[in-house]
Design a binder for this molecule. Structure first.
Ligand code: TMP
Ligand code: ASP
Length: 235
């Protein structure tokens, strides 16, 4: 049962429950981009994201990736383990798109020979700058033993999700993961994994199915997310 609001973010509300180690993530019907500069209410987004995230966490769990996911509770709520969250975002890219295209002057759509891993500092005031491992160490953002584990896990998740999406007609362009320490002391993937935090292109048509639809007014967001959910639910 939901109790006190622990934290409200741009796309989710985190609630405490009767059990101290378990939290409820409620997926809101809101979209935001560019550091919250662009915002919208999109009815139905929360339900789609909750279903997509739950399914992906289930798949990762089955493949041996430690995550905070316990179960989907309702159409817009996920039950998760409470985690001490690290202020680092790990981005893995298979194809150039988004910020890397601007930063490195490459063409959108450039296929990387190997997955490109980047680290970002979760800090709204600083607008989430890209950082390197040394910065992570100097700032003490994660326990030192966690950095190699996070990198290795992010690359494993990439392999799992790249294959999974490809088998459902979708190219996994890039995605962002967050990590934290669970009550049992283990380091796990936390937060959400949704088309808000991944770039997904239709393999056949190249159509963008993720939040870039909202960021760059490419088309109806719900239509893209609905296509993603429909495709990944097909066996
Ligand atoms: P980027 O190209 O804007 O750096 O984004 C890389 C991936 O990370 C993309 O799939 C979107 C995701 N992402 C988030 O989930 N949260 C964020 O705040 C940002 C900037 C990106
Ligand atoms: N989600 C972030 C924001 O609200 C950035 C993004 O995904 O583009 O600003």
């Amino acid at each position: 049962m939901k109790k006190k609001v622990l934290y409200e973010g741009k796309a989710k509300i985190v609630y405490e429950t009767d059990e101290p180690d378990r939290l409820i993530l409620f997926f809101k019907d809101t979209a935001s981009a560019f550091d919250g500069e662009k915002k919208a209410y999109i009815q139905g987004k929360g339900v789609l994201n909750c279903q997509i995230s739950s399914l992906i966490f289930q798949i990762l769990g089955e493949k041996g990736i430690k995550t905070h996911f316990i179960k989907q509770l309702s159409e817009s709520e996920m039950l998760v383990w409470r985690a001490e969250r690290f202020l680092v975002e790990v981005v893995v890219r298979n194809i150039g798109a988004g910020s890397v295209v601007k930063r490195l002057g490459i063409e959108e759509g450039k296929v990387f020979d190997e997955p490109l891993l980047e680290l970002f500092y979760k800090n709204d005031e600083l607008h989430d700058p890209m950082i390197c491992e040394e910065h992570v160490k100097v700032l003490g953002l994660v326990p030192s033993e966690a950095i190699p584990l996070m990198k290795e896990t992010a690359l494993k998740v990439n392999e799992i999700l790249k294959d999974f999406f490809a088998s459902h007609g979708i190219t996994l362009v890039d995605f962002k993961l967050e990590f934290g320490r669970l009550p049992d002391g283990r380091i796990a993937v936390v937060d959400e994994i949704t088309p808000d935090s991944m770039r997904l292109w239709d393999i056949e048509t190249g159509e963008k199915l993720d939040k870039d639809r909202f960021r760059y007014d490419l088309g109806d967001l719900l239509e893209g997310y609905t296509k993603v959910l429909k495709k990944i639910k097909e066996s």
